[in-house]
Design a binder for this molecule. Structure first.
Ligand code: DI6
Ligand code: FE
Length: 413
């Protein structure tokens, strides 16, 4: 059945497609067509229900010869603006030194902070552009970018300004999150509460005033911020009209997910050590569980997030790259799909929803993005596969043919 049709002329029409709408599961439409007008989906249905000859209906007509269309992927958790890399630390970890030990010795996040502070806007932009382009080449049309490698006002602002520059330079939607509470900077090592004062009294008010980000995230963990500190930062974020997100239960169970749920967080992310109580709290608040299988893989974690219980209690599960130099140096959403299935036992269908509609929900943009639905933004990817499960199945093979942002073909460079 045609889902809608009133316009006489569309800007573009894609015909002979298999459409995975991501509405109610895969939401497959075989032998389908999609029309776009003014950057939005304006008709979705079966070819045989098209109200006329394709060339009479749209200015541009593209025959897809049975290729598969999915919504553009949404990478809802990245830290992709940073300086340098951490290959040396990777070598150390392979010799048995743990991530926490490296962090305690002043390596880890701190070393990336030093490199990031020393870079200009332009240098950061050039390095980050490469990572964003690589993500786009795996079907991504929307990303979230967190600050957090500055840990002082100047550098945190620089990162968020570079995020805005990326959105200007590329056909991609960028949602910005302030993660000043990523690590306690060395200047405040003796008194982390003083740094939390700075975050709450100076940084968050300025982030809100200058509209540098629309969400605030906290890394709640023994090596980062405590539960009471996290609570204080969340309360301040809400007071300034910013959404809340949380790096929760990545290395231990601190109760951060439950706390974040009590603030109606958009998402809680990582979750390897999430408790039964935590899952129930997420189910009640409608908070999205963001799983980051590439970080799990790269840290060679053993503890799995409680997938069965999340599934049983219908907590929406999103997937993201966590693109960052310390725990997830990847720029492939296809690899993330595969790892979610092989490492976390998600079904390929759950994985696909995890990078589309559930990822949109994790960013609070599910009304306009994340599925192929009338009046939503026409962001989609065209794949040379016969079934969307193939997107999670291949390991390192990329079947992307074209990417469409707001109804227009993206130059994939
Ligand atoms: N958890 C992570 O996996 C990243 N940040 C966080 O809070 C890692 C950041 C890094 O090691 O540079
Ligand atoms: Fe992260």
């Amino acid at each position: 059945m045609a889902k809608n049709m009133q316009e006489k002329f569309w800007d573009s029409l894609w015909t002979n497609a298999q459409i995975c709408t991501a509405e109610n599961g895969y939401g497959l439409i075989h032998a389908g067509a999609i029309a776009v007008k003014n950057g939005k989906f304006s008709w979705i249905g079966k070819m045989k229900e098209l109200p006329g000859n394709p060339h009479d209906l749209a200015i541009n007509v593209h025959d897809l010869c049975d290729k598969t269309i999915t919504p553009g992927f949404i990478d809802c958790h990245t830290h992709l603006i940073y300086g340098g890399n951490r290959a040396k630390e990777f070598e150390l970890r392979l010799q048995g030194v743990t991530y926490e030990e490296i962090a305690k010795q002043g390596g880890g996040i701190q070393s990336t902070v030093t490199a990031t502070r020393n870079m200009s806007h332009e240098e950061l932009l050039q390095q980050s552009l490469l990572r964003v382009k690589a993500l786009m080449q795996t079907g991504v049309t929307t990303i979230e970018i967190k600050s957090g490698y500055g840990l002082d006002w100047e550098t945190e602002a620089k990162i968020l300004q570079v995020a805005a520059m990326l959105e200007n330079d590329l056909p991609i939607t960028v949602k910005k999150t302030f993660l000043g509470a990523h690590s306690v900077p060395k200047e405040f090592k003796q008194d982390s509460d003083k740094y939390v004062d700075l975050i709450c009294e100076a940084m968050i008010p300025r982030i809100a005033k200058e509209k540098l980000a629309n969400a605030v995230d906290v890394f709640c963990e023994k090596i980062a911020f405590s539960l009471p500190q996290t609570k204080r930062i969340f309360a301040t974020a809400i007071q300034y009209g910013l959404a809340v997100k949380c790096h929760a239960e990545q290395l231990s169970d601190s109760g951060a997910a439950k706390l974040a749920a009590s603030f109606h967080a958009l998402s809680v992310d990582h979750l390897e050590y999430l408790s039964v109580e935590g899952v129930h709290a997420l189910a009640e608040s409608g908070t999205v569980a963001v799983l980051l299988p590439a970080a799990f893989y790269f840290l060679r974690e053993k503890k799995l997030p409680p997938i069965d219980l999340l599934r049983q209690l219908h907590v929406p599960m999103a997937l993201a790259s966590d693109c960052n130099p310390g725990t997830s140096p990847t720029t492939s959403m296809l690899l993330v799909l595969n790892m979610a299935c092989t490492l976390f036992s998600l079904t390929p269908e759950e994985a696909l929803l995890g990078v589309t509609i559930h990822a949109a929900k994790a960013l609070g943009i599910q009304q306009t993005h994340g599925s192929i639905s009338i009046d939503k933004t026409a962001d989609f990817a065209i794949w040379d596969v016969t079934h969307p499960a193939e997107l999670a199945y291949y390991v390192g093979y990329n079947p992307l043919c074209s990417l469409i942002k707001e109804g227009k073909f993206v130059n994939l460079f």
